[in-house]
Design a protein around this ligand. Structure first.
Ligand SMILES: C[S@@+](CC[C@H](N)C(=O)[O-])C[C@H]1O[C@@H](n2cnc3c(N)ncnc32)[C@H](O)[C@@H]1O
Length: 225
């Protein structure tokens, strides 16, 4: 509710950008230097039956390192993010790489309303917590995936760095963990995202809990769902 009101009052199309430029440039430099995980791209390529020609949505695409990587593999990529600063960075990187990407500025939760969906792959990396609520954002993301298509989420969970949170951040995390009331951007509790998608019409799901910090979920939407 509070997050929804906040989004109504702060509009990216009217110039509102929550990401300070200094932070955006620093994060972008770090991510671009680090590079993308080619093994992950290979896995996604296999799940979608070859990325070439497939419609891919990089939801919360930030500096665009994955958008460009998907486009380099021949996918038809849409980048969607709330930050105009990141859009400028990602556009420059796409131009440098000589790839064509469709850029869309807006909230992730509003993507189903403003994008031409569905997509063969919806990719959501390190930005799940910016969704309005875990429940509604899972529904929004799922609605963007075409029947038989694939969704991928990688996010830190609420167990990560819990001890270093301020008292108010800890309270907001507790509210979301226990009561599913979301104020601001607490990370989801470990296991919740997989449970939310498991309750939707999916054909198969793979969860990767191999790191102590992140939940990684890959699912295929049911062909008839
Ligand atoms: C940590 S960055 C991750 C970027 C990228 N996915 C990656 O893998 O590097 C978080 C991203 O979420 C975006 N973001 C934050 N709140 C958002 C919202 N409500 N809707 C859309 N994007 C949002 C930020 O602009 C930023 O690009």
């Amino acid at each position: 509710m509070i997050n929804r009101l906040h989004a109504q009052w702060h509009r990216p199309e009217q110039g509102w950008d929550p990401v300070p430029p200094g932070h955006a440039h620093q994060y972008a430099e770090g991510e671009w230097n680090l590079g993308v995980r080619e093994t992950l791209l290979d896995e996604l390529d296999a799940w979608v039956g070859g990325l070439q020609g497939k419609r891919v949505l990089d939801l919360g695409g930030g500096p665009g390192q994955y958008s460009v990587a998907f486009a380099r593999r021949g996918a038809d990529v849409t980048w969607h993010d709330v930050s105009a600063t990141y859009r400028a960075i990602a556009q420059a990187k796409a131009q440098e790489a000589g790839v064509n990407i469709c850029f869309s500025l807006g909230y992730m939760d509003e993507a189903p309303k403003c994008l031409n969906s569905p997509f063969d792959l919806v990719f959501n990396r390190i930005c799940w917590n910016y969704g309005q609520t875990d429940h509604t954002f899972a529904q929004a993301l799922f609605s963007l995936v075409k029947p038989g298509g694939v969704g991928y989420v990688d996010t830190p969970h609420s167990g990560w760095r819990r001890e270093s949170l301020s008292t108010t951040a800890r309270l907001r995390t507790w509210l979301n963990d226990v009561l599913a009331v979301k104020i601001g951007h607490p990370f989801p509790p470990h296991g919740r995202i997989a449970r939310l998608f498991a309750a939707m019409p999916i054909e198969t799901m793979r969860v990767d809990y191999s790191t102590p910090t992140n939940d990684r979920i890959l699912f295929r939407r049911a062909r008839g769902g």
